[in-house]
Design a protein around this ligand. Structure first.
Ligand code: PGA
Length: 318
């Protein structure tokens, strides 16, 4: 067995993936000569050429590609071993730092409860905020995981879809639309609409849908929370789009009705996301595994899925 180290293999992995010594050095916070020296040592130990000069840079050889694949297998295996070792010693400890956009406050506690029952040694730090604030937390690495429906393009994320998130149009109980079996979309033109604050994903999704449908309601008010929107709709200030999950099983208990408008609900999905460029802690990995193994069930009252909504230009599926 040649004398290779994990450090050298991590370096080689980055060099092959990025196709550049300089970029690998930047990513690993090493100097260029250190990266070159590690590659050189690996070549000696394996008696194989791993990088060839190409123009002003380098090109990884086929041997380097093979070695990278083997290294990735070893990293994954080692990771599993570390997890098993912790479990063996009953040492599953840590903090799950997670944030959810505002609508998640209606259900995320149930997920966390199930998770902590299985993983009692892990503490939870949960932040609930609007989409922009959650994205900022991901950028600043104040959290590792986020639950949202409109993930940003930056930072690059990975994710798992969790469950549907239908956005429904709500109106006050006595609204004339509630007497119609089907409300045509054009009736939105000029109708008083309430929107969430800028930075809200619900607002982004609503605006994207209105644009796609070519509808122009009259924006009557901007309100800073789902609860404020519900109260304002119930009071007759206007109509609004809101996640079905922000409403009571029987929306009449919130003083609102779901309008049967053509083309609605706006069909979105709850996603669990994390940064692709960061290694997740044990607590976060366990949560991802937990949600994959036991995907949450949408509330029974959720309307059946209609055709998927056209993609918004600021939100993208991961
Ligand atoms: P928000 O949530 O309206 O609270 O921002 C929606 C989302 O981005 O998923």
């Amino acid at each position: 067995m040649p004398r290779t180290t994990f450090h050298q293999l991590r370096t080689l992995e980055a060099v092959v993936r990025l196709g550049s010594i300089t970029r690998a050095a930047q990513e690993l916070h090493l100097t260029q000569p250190t990266v070159s020296a590690q590659i050189h040592e690996l070549q000696q130990a394996l008696d194989a050429v791993l990088v060839e000069p190409a123009g002003r840079g380098i090109r990884p050889t086929e041997a380097a590609q093979l070695l990278r694949a083997a290294a990735l297998d070893m990293f994954a295996r080692w990771q599993r071993f570390e997890d098993e070792l912790q479990a063996l010693h009953g040492l599953e400890r840590g903090v799950l730092r997670i944030a959810g956009v505002t609508t998640t406050e209606y259900f995320i506690a149930q997920w966390l409860h199930r998770y902590t029952t299985e993983h009692p040694g892990i503490d939870i730090e949960l932040a609930v905020d609007n989409r922009d604030a959650v994205v900022r937390r991901l950028r600043e690495e104040a959290i590792e995981l986020a639950v949202m429906m409109m993930p940003p393009e930056q930072p690059p994320l990975e994710g798992v879809p969790l469950m549907d998130n239908p956005l429904v149009l709500i109106a006050p109980l006595d609204h004339p639309w509630t007497r119609l079996a089907r409300v045509p979309r054009r009736m939105l033109d000029g109708a008083p609409l309430l929107l969430r604050e800028p930075g809200s994903g619900t607002r982004l999704a609503t605006e994207a849908w209105l644009r796609a449908q070519g509808r122009q309601p009259q924006i009557r008010a901007t309100l800073g929370s789902n609860e404020a929107i519900k109260h304002a709709v119930a009071a007759g200030l206007g109509v609004a789009f809101l996640s079905r999950h922000a409403l009571a099983d029987d929306p009449a208990r919130d003083g609102v009705v779901i309008v049967p408008m053509a083309g609605t609900p706006i069909q979105r999905q709850w996603m669990l996301v994390w940064r692709r460029d960061r290694r997740l802690s044990l607590a976060a990995r366990r949560f991802v595994e937990h949600m994959r193994a036991q995907p949450p069930q949408p509330p029974a009252t959720t309307p059946a899925s209609p055709a998927p909504a056209p993609p918004g230009d600021t939100g993208q599926a991961v």
